[in-house]
Design a binder for this molecule. Structure first.
Ligand SMILES: C[S@@+](CC[C@H](N)C(=O)[O-])C[C@H]1O[C@@H](n2cnc3c(N)ncnc32)[C@H](O)[C@@H]1O
Length: 642
């Protein structure tokens, strides 16, 4: 059902002559937004007849007919509106929603493409576009759909690529020749078919593009990429001058860097890599030039910043991105470390151990982010999240002070800085590697309302700063005493302030404990090599353990897998425990974030009507029946009253 966007009418230019028309139009817009009775329909019809050359009357008629479920009449009027004004935003929005609701997704997307061409900078249209493209159940692979995804990915920072990766995989799985090369049984047959493999990959630019941006949570494509990487390493007599080969190698190297070399390597590869490293180092020290394919090949196993010679090479244009991400970004992050102020020394045992983990493996290593959204007031954010607060929330007439406690590598702080209108963000974390990654990205995106601080949540105990909103997702459960951390954060919250919290669910993570029991613990200290070996052992065994893990996208990159299975400190909770903690903290549960309609109905049906959505008991009952629902995390809002 279309919700009328009154702002599109506010953009209409009014001169004095049109004053009467404008007044009447405003009255009609009000009427149409609040009511769709027969009487309203007649009034809007009369208005439309009085101004037959204006698109607005037809657009409003279309909306009213649509609300009254007279879809044919709605279509006719919306089309009339668009004939008069092909850029009538209200008519376009309503027509798209109508098409989408009637299952005509493709037509709906075509309308959105028209909206984009009319207004390419409008973030809302882009947002609707990726949501629509993503949600179609594709029956076959088509170039048109692949191009749509590329268009979305090319619009850097429109969304986190991980938000559309599953849809892209579902589409690519329908591409017959890609499936065929993914199913080649052995490495040696793969090597002998390399030419065919390359030509299929060259005609699948969507795969090459997405692998540069995020890990691929799919084992079939993982096997393809592993084989490809090994084939390039073992066959260094491949055509040397072929830039197409090099382009694929660069995508692959960017992919392996992004998943933090989660594929590991076998003995044959390690031996060959030793020779390759030696060869490159000798050639460079003689002042001769190394074929670029060797550098790209090495970069798909080792990050180039590890090699001093990488700073002296002048990369060709098509390798700029590879050098940028594997060398220059890392050097820049190192140079930023000292500029991040510290709150205090980190001394508590668990915090020290957790810090070490995230210094080794900053989490997560991301490329693009979802920031092309409209910034919103706090009430808009509350509405969108679908939560209910009990008394007036933070006062948005002043600049909102927001604390991100445990900001990681900055996705969280940057998205918050863009989402909350008129806000100033303080973001703290234990890990300097994560913070310098976050600071680099923040500067590159020209975001100026974030202050990064190095420190422990425990250090905030003596802080005088108070915040309107505190967000802490995926953090408290890594403290030795989560309740203490939570209490300290509550102290930093202003009265009526809001907190957005993410905690692990015991039920959803029960499968992981079984995997750990079956596979045995990893001996500490945890190293990346041990993680790769452990993971490869799981893949060799395949079967149940792998299936449990493959549900988690975290299985497909090193820092995320370390977070998933080998964290130095992890607590999990039931909703009843959370309810008790909230009682003790005197915080009010405001609801889970963005719950889909089916779930809302299920929770309401199992409890006492719609109010159940704000009862942790009702959610607990729901979770018992749907144990995987919170497999990411419980993400909910709470409010401080006093
Ligand atoms: C799993 S990451 C989550 C990052 C981010 N909140 C997000 O949702 O993407 C956990 C982060 O919390 C930080 N962290 C854990 N315990 C902390 C503490 N006691 N004080 C500050 N940061 C902490 C870690 O360093 C790590 O970067």
């Amino acid at each position: 059902m279309t919700v009328i966007d009154k702002t599109s009418f506010e953009k209409i230019n009014v001169d004095k002559k049109n004053h009467l028309f404008y007044q009447q139009l405003q009255a009609m817009v009000e009427l149409c937004s609040s009511d769709h009775s027969e009487d309203t329909l007649q009034k809007i019809s009369a208005f439309s007849n009085a101004y037959p050359r204006s698109s607005h009357g037809y657009a409003l008629l279309g909306i009213t007919y649509s609300k009254r479920s007279f879809f044919d009449a709605a279509f006719i009027n919306l089309q009339k509106a668009l004939l008069l004004s092909p850029i009538d935003e209200t008519a376009l929005t309503c027509l798209r929603a109508l098409l989408q609701d009637r299952g005509r997704h493709e037509d709906g997307i075509t309308i959105l493409e028209r909206c984009i061409s009319i207004n390419p900078a409008d973030p809302i249209v882009w947002q609707k576009y990726w949501q629509s493209v993503k949600s179609i159940a594709y029956e076959e692979y088509t170039e048109a759909t692949a191009k749509r995804f590329i268009k979305i990915l090319d619009k850097n920072n429109l969304i986190r690529p991980s938000q559309i990766i599953s849809s892209i995989i579902r589409l690519l799985e329908k591409k017959q020749n890609l499936l065929e090369i993914s199913r080649i049984e052995t490495q040696s047959s793969f090597n002998s078919e390399l030419k065919r493999v390359i030509s299929v990959l060259l005609e699948t630019p969507l795969l090459l593009r997405i692998i540069e941006l995020c890990p691929i949570p799919n084992i079939i494509f993982e096997i393809l990429l592993r084989r490809l990487r090994k084939a390039f390493l073992l066959h260094d007599n491949l055509e040397t001058s072929n830039n197409n080969y090099l382009a694929i190698q660069c995508s692959l190297a960017l992919h392996c860097f992004t998943n933090e070399y989660i594929y590991g390597e076998d003995k044959e590869e390690t031996q060959k890599l030793r020779q390759l490293e030696q060869f490159i180092s000798d050639v460079v020290s003689e002042g001769a030039s190394v074929p670029w394919r060797h550098i790209a090949c090495l970069a798909s196993y080792r990050p180039l910043h590890k090699f001093n010679w990488s700073r002296n090479l002048k990369a060709p244009v098509h390798m700029t991105d590879l050098f940028l991400r594997q060398v220059h970004h890392i050097d820049y992050e190192l140079s930023l470390r000292d500029s991040i102020p510290s709150i205090d020394l980190i001394t508590e045992d668990t915090s020290v151990a957790v810090k070490e983990q995230y210094e080794d493996n900053p989490y997560p290593r991301w490329v693009n982010i979802g920031i092309l959204q409209k910034s919103m007031t706090i009430s808009e954010i509350i509405n969108l999240a679908g939560i209910r607060i009990l008394s007036n929330g933070p006062d948005s007439s002043n600049q909102l002070k927001i604390l991100i406690a445990g900001c990681g590598t900055g996705q969280h702080s940057i998205e918050a800085a863009v989402r909350y209108a008129n806000s100033y963000i303080t973001a703290i974390d234990l890990s300097l590697s994560s913070l310098s990654f976050a600071l680099r990205q923040t500067r590159e995106l020209d975001i100026e309302n974030i202050n990064y601080l190095h420190g422990d949540i425990l250090d905030l105990i003596s802080w005088e700063n108070r915040f309107d909103v505190i967000e802490t997702t995926g953090v408290l459960h890594h403290m030795s005493d989560p309740m203490l951390g939570w209490r300290i954060l509550k102290r930093c919250l202003k009265p009526k302030g809001l907190m957005r919290v993410g905690l692990y669910s015991s039920l959803a993570r029960a499968g992981l404990s079984v995997v750990k029991e079956n596979m045995g613990e990893l001996e500490r200290p945890i190293t990346n090599q041990k993680i790769y070996d452990y993971r490869n052992k799981i893949l060799d065994i395949a079967g149940v353990e792998f299936e449990k893990l493959a549900r988690y996208p975290d299985f497909f990159s090193t820092s995320e897998l370390r977070d998933l299975l080998f964290h130095v400190q992890e607590h999990t909770f039931t909703l009843i425990e959370i309810k008790n903690m909230l009682n003790e903290l005197d915080l009010v549960f405001c609801g889970f974030e963005t719950v889909d309609e089916n779930t809302k109905q299920a929770v309401s049906a199992g409890g006492k009507g719609p109010d159940s959505l704000f009862s942790l008991d009702a959610w607990h009952n729901f979770e018992q029946l749907n144990p995987h629902y919170f497999s990411g995390m419980y993400t909910f809002w709470v409010q401080r009253l006093d």
